[in-house]
Design a protein around this ligand. Structure first.
Ligand code: PBG
Length: 330
């Protein structure tokens, strides 16, 4: 090494312009997706206690919220629905006039440029709060994987029929991407992409979301269908499977505690990859920020940048609109 002139890393850090020139990873508003919760009603903005700034919105309010984010440059929203009634076959999930179907039609009419992604799952629509059909037994119940696939495919198709630009299955049943792809193709929606929640872990970080979506399981937990947080190789197998079945974009969820998975998914498959910064990631940042313990803005931006660095192309975050504002002000 001695014969070479000394490499001095500091040379490239001397000015803001230089730092920008050599910056490898960037955060851009065009990478953001804002999750939104819709329920029926008018002028309704029902706050979620653990997620300040996040609301269950009636369709009219949803348009306002989506439009504000869109004006700030946020290109896409991810829709979750809270139905008026729940049952044992999740009828509300695939009802032609279900809450998500209504909201999609309205969004595409009022904000045609906004990309509308729908979450495809049954838990919000099931009395028991599980993501699939349940057969009750002495120990509580079992999830019936294969019969659930039909309902998921039907749900995705009804979203596409309402005008959804992309569907995002989050249920984690085996074979659901193929079932959804087949049904979409059969109905002529051959160009509708699927963003699959491919590496979705059984995580405590979903706690606040279950209040927001009113989807907490009434018995048991989701460990028979979501991934064990201890298993990375299994996560990669799940992603491989979803890609084989026709997923166009794969997602890793949660995001910040799973950057190793994100990195491996991106390097292994090279597919468009999304990171979902989930509800508790948002809650923790908000709570510490509100206490003045952390710089909320700096921590949020640094966390999102870390997800980009690890391999995420798409960032799904409840802070999307605020982040858009912060990026503008930079
Ligand atoms: C539905 C679903 C969940 C989330 C997204 N889709 C909850 C769960 O699996 O229990 C979590 C999102 C978040 O915590 O922000 N299956």
């Amino acid at each position: 090494m001695g014969q070479f002139p000394a490499y001095r890393p500091r040379r490239l850090r001397q000015s803001a312009v230089l730092r920008q020139l050599v910056r490898q990873t960037r955060l851009d508003v065009t990478q953001l997706v804002l999750p939104l919760f819709v329920r029926s009603g008018r002028k309704l903005r029902r706050p979620i206690a653990a997620m300040p700034g996040v609301f269950q919105l009636s369709p009219d309010e949803l348009i306002g919220e989506a439009s504000r984010a869109h004006q700030l440059g946020v290109p896409a929203v991810l829709l979750f629905g809270i139905p008026e009634t729940k049952d044992a076959k999740a009828s509300g999930a695939y009802a032609a006039n279900g809450i998500v179907q209504q909201a999609v039609r309205l969004l595409k009419k009022e904000l045609p440029q906004l990309l509308v992604i729908t979450d495809v799952c049954l838990c919000e629509y099931m009395q028991h709060g599980h993501c699939g059909i349940v057969q009750r037994d002495k120990s509580g119940g079992r999830i019936l994987n294969d019969p659930t696939l039909k309902l998921l495919a039907r749900t995705a198709a009804s979203h596409a029929q309402a005008g959804a630009d992309m569907v995002a299955p989050s249920d984690m049943m085996d074979g659901r991407v193929r079932a959804i792809r087949t049904e979409l193709d059969r109905l002529g929606f051959t160009e509708t992409p699927i963003m699959s929640y491919a590496a979705k872990f059984a995580s405590a970080f979903y706690g606040p979301f279950r209040e927001a979506a009113e989807s907490a399981p009434k018995f048991g937990n989701r460990r028979s269908y979501q991934l064990d947080p201890a298993n990375a190789a299994e996560a990669l197998r799940e992603v491989a499977l979803d890609i084989q079945e026709g997923a166009d974009i794969v997602m890793v969820k949660p995001a910040l505690p799973y950057l190793d998975i994100l990195y491996r998914v991106k390097t292994e498959f090279g597919y468009p990859t999304a990171a979902y910064a989930v509800s508790a990631e948002y809650s923790m940042t908000k709570a510490a920020g509100a206490n003045g313990w952390i710089d909320e803005r700096a921590i949020t931006l640094e966390s999102l940048l870390a997800m980009r660095r690890a391999g995420a192309d798409i960032l799904i975050t409840y802070a999307a609109a605020e982040v858009a504002q912060w990026l503008k002000a930079q």
